[in-house]
Write a protein that binds this ligand. Sequence first.
Ligand SMILES: *Cc1c(COP(=O)(O)O)cnc(C)c1O
Length: 387
Amino acid sequence: MRPLEPELERRRAEHLYRRRRVLGSPQNPRLQMDGQELLSFCSNDYLGLANHPEVIAALQRGADRYGAGSGSAHLVSGHSQAHHALEEELAAFTGRPRALLYSTGYMANQGVIAALLGRDDTIYQDRLNHASLIDGGLLSRAGLKRYPHNDTAALAARMACQSGGDALVAVDGVFSMDGDLAPLPELATLCERQQAWLMVDDAHGFGVLGRGGRGSVDHFGLDRQSVPILVGTLGKAFGTFGAFVAGSEALIETLIQQSRSYIYTTALPPAVAEATRTSLRLLQQEEWRREQLRQLIAHFRAGATQLGLNLMASQTPIQPILAGSAEQALAWSQALERQGLLVTAIRPPTVPEGSARLRVTLSASHTLEQLDQLLEALARLKREADA
Ligand SMILES: *Cc1c(COP(=O)(O)O)cnc(C)c1O
């Protein structure tokens, strides 16, 4: 048995050590972290629904009706009317015949890939794909081919070399650490030509992009033939918890029969499904939330560009500021915190070596005044760095 301390020490020395903070309030722009009031720019609650009174009331009604826990897996006795109704509403929302709830996005990605692919098949993954897609591919034992970020030509060259077996291309719709979009129209054309499945994980696109928040697939005007496998998570813009897969009748039935992370786990609490039904309604109806986000994004990009900060090509609420070294990213994050702002440093291995960053995320519940506070704090940082 090897001692574990040296590896922990190495992480500390390389500024890669991760430490949890303790939240003492709801996930609001103004929150309480480790007992301190901070203005936060790092949640994925893009529409401000995580603490919405109607969503909370639905959660409470759900608990009154169904209790605290589901008590069982979906295939045993845990599949409630609340789960079933939410699945039907998500199918209608995504314009697909069926949708299936999973307990988390991590499990949905694992469950889909491992159910569809085996040893003789190949999975193609963008280098910046979320860890859950990568891990799902490994679990399936399919051959893994990664291609440079958003490089459709490189992907096409790799696909042309495949001999035998099924092919599946998996991508984030909106890349979680960069905020840019996958080139879905080109990927869809390529996959149609190669008879490959295209699987889009739109964890950061739903609620934010597309008509009525229908996500990146809708943003590009693609249909369910082009993108046969669509994954969404409910813990981000939906403000609740859980995930879903939307697709054809045959896809969903295959998952119900074979997807191990669907079958061998307890269903989400029905109250969470009930809360999500309300957040799905608000997410579609309240266009002003997306309008507010667009204004905040434009304001942030204009202000940060003026300061000479190194932004990335993102038009979404994920607005990273590149720092380079993990040490620099951490120093900026700590300096902002001394000014009352919470912006987390994202370091390797979550992002490639040398591209550590502050990951600023915006929410419809931020005000322009709060955003100006962030820009002023960044301006002070920049002045100190240049001095
Ligand atoms: C957050 C995220 C997931 C995981 O979803 P959870 O419900 O949090 O497990 C999957 N894919 C992407 C792209 C994500 O950002």
